[in-house]
Design a protein around this ligand. Sequence first.
Ligand SMILES: [Zn+2]
Length: 98
Amino acid sequence: MFRDEKYYIGGYSLINMRNRNEIRVVEAMKEILPDFPEFCGCEICLEDVYGATLNSLKPRYKHHMTIILKDEVVTDEEIDKKVKKFIKKITGNPNHPK
Ligand SMILES: [Zn+2]
């Protein structure tokens, strides 16, 4: 059984057609998290920041082969601002015992 079996339709996999914000949020988190040494960094807290940031952005789906010349809707600054906001929020109120 393939990991992405449920994404197959008519022999084609849609697994690579991802919300383009996903990788941008991961990259922003990698860059920003070292500035927040007090952040827990466990899987639950990482997923909370990732999910909360993605849910606050407009979803953007594109063909995985599409070349993006410029990003019109979500700016890097907006993503960075939201990642920082949710890191602070979850640091102060993690979804597990401190
Ligand atoms: Zn944690």
